[in-house]
Design a protein around this ligand. Structure first.
Ligand SMILES: [Co+2]
Length: 454
């Protein structure tokens, strides 16, 4: 009890919330205790706020955040003091290079950093302080915490990828580096947690859906524009986030245009916002950029037949598309929606078509009732169902399961599986992409995948 009182005494002198104006001897013991309690609560609240505003940062600074959460969760000051001592003795675990340590081991209390949060505006400003919405926000904590764990894995893996991927590496090495990192950090384990979809590493005029198949000998070049698009899930909560890797500074303006366009979409997203209006805002920003590549000045075009999308549990594409041009879609974003806001800029036509060999596949969300007659096809379908469910996969993921892929085409023909071929603009053009995943919570928007890099 003495220790507790002393601790409280220290708190009250540190806090801004003290009853400083009242001489201490004039207070009854009871009043004193009340004031101290108030101060302790205020500090816990401010620690929680600190933790939240620190979201999306690299690890290493989260020790304080963790303490903040423990306090906010109701740990008494006495036990907090003990924990602090213990933490100081025990050196904090650090990520290895390449990354191998699960993020669950880096955040000992299993509470993961909050992303970039912002309040709703105008007609939805009331949500910020509404009691019912705040209660709902608390109820959803576990769901958000799962998504934040996936986001932390994405940040750590991609930051390693950004400093490691160099011209001269094969596309296969690049994908394996990302996929191994993801599997380790998220502790890949069936539908509990794992890779959410194939690693995209589309080059130059190829905008999306390229990942190497077995035998692919393509090597990354200094002059390439490479879109790294990969996904992580925890209990089906998917983080879908992408960035563009280049080595030649001639592409810097193209990347700046697309980054700006994506951030515009992220900023405009909100409850009751029309999808077409988001597309219009993205288009305006994207088209305001001119880039000079190879001595030619070109306007950056949004790729009008690509779009962002909402995300459902284990389903990377929900029912809503977030256009990147003004298509007049009056559909509104709603409370509870998760969105992948992604934009693509091109120096070509700004339209893509399917081309080249397919690597990406997914089981149809609604499987046809017709039975699969070929035994080989039935066996493959069972594997796909068991290993991926509705999560997209690529040919390499089947290879590592030792699966024979001969029946893949027949499953596509019967409508049980969909192939997603690479999407390309005109040859000689360059395309770039940035993408973030956000959630429209009851009281605020959270950009889950935000990091210091993008
Ligand atoms: Co996406």
């Amino acid at each position: 009890m003495k220790e507790l009182a002393q601790e409280l005494q220290e708190k009250s002198t540190l806090s801004e919330n003290t009853l400083e104006s009242v001489p201490e001897q004039d207070l009854t013991i009871d009043q004193k205790m009340q004031a101290m309690k108030k101060n302790a609560l205020a500090e816990a609240e401010s620690l929680t706020r600190n933790m939240e505003s620190g979201g999306g940062k690299d690890d290493g600074s989260d020790e304080e955040k963790e303490d903040g959460v423990e306090e906010a969760a109701g740990t008494t000051l006495a036990t907090k003091k003990k924990k602090k001592k213990k933490n100081n003795k025990k050196k904090k675990k650090k990520q290895t290079e390449p990354p191998t340590i699960p993020v669950s081991a880096l955040f000992a209390n299993k509470i993961y950093p909050v992303g970039e949060v912002s309040d709703y505006k105008d007609d939805n400003l009331w949500r910020t302080t509404d009691e019912e919405k705040r209660a709902l926000e608390k109820q959803n904590f576990d769901q958000y915490n799962d998504a934040r764990r996936a986001a932390e894995v994405h940040r750590q893996v991609r930051q390693y990828a950004r400093r490691t991927i160099k011209p001269g590496m094969t596309m296969t090495e690049i994908c394996e580096l990302i996929e191994n990192g993801t599997r380790n950090l998220v502790e890949a384990n069936g539908f509990e947690s794992g890779i959410a979809f194939p690693t995209g590493c589309s080059l130059n005029h190829v905008a999306a859906h390229y990942s190497p198949n077995a035998g692919d000998k393509i090597v990354l070049q200094y002059g390439d524009v490479c879109k790294i698009d990969f996904g992580v899930h925890v209990k089906g909560r998917i983080i879908d986030s992408a960035f563009t890797l280049t080595f030649d500074p001639v592409y810097d303006d193209l990347l700046a245009a697309v980054k700006d366009a994506t951030n515009t979409g992220v900023r405009e997203a909100g409850i009751d916002v029309r999808l077409g209006d988001i597309g219009a805002a993205i288009q305006e920003v994207m088209e305001s950029y001119e880039v000079e590549i190879g001595g030619k000045v070109l306007q950056v075009k949004p790729i009008r037949n690509l779009s962002g999308h909402d995300i459902e549990l284990y389903k990377i594409h929900g029912k809503k598309a977030v256009p990147i041009v003004n298509n007049g879609d009056p559909t509104k974003m709603e409370e509870g929606d998760y969105f992948a806001i992604e934009t693509f800029g091109s120096t070509g036509r700004g339209i893509v078509r399917q081309d080249m060999e397919t690597s990406h596949y997914s089981r149809a969300y609604d499987v046809p009732k017709t039975s699969i007659r070929l035994p080989r096809a039935r066996a493959l379908f069972d594997t796909i169902n068991r290993e991926f469910g509705t999560l997209p996969f690529c040919r390499r993921y089947l290879d590592r399961l030792g699966e024979d892929k001969l029946a893949l085409q027949s499953l596509c023909d019967s409508g049980h599986v969909d192939g997603h071929p690479p999407l390309v603009d005109v040859k000689g053009s360059f395309t770039a992409q940035y993408e973030h995943t956000l959630v429209l919570g009851p009281t605020r928007k959270e950009v889950l995948s935000r990091g210091e890099d993008y």
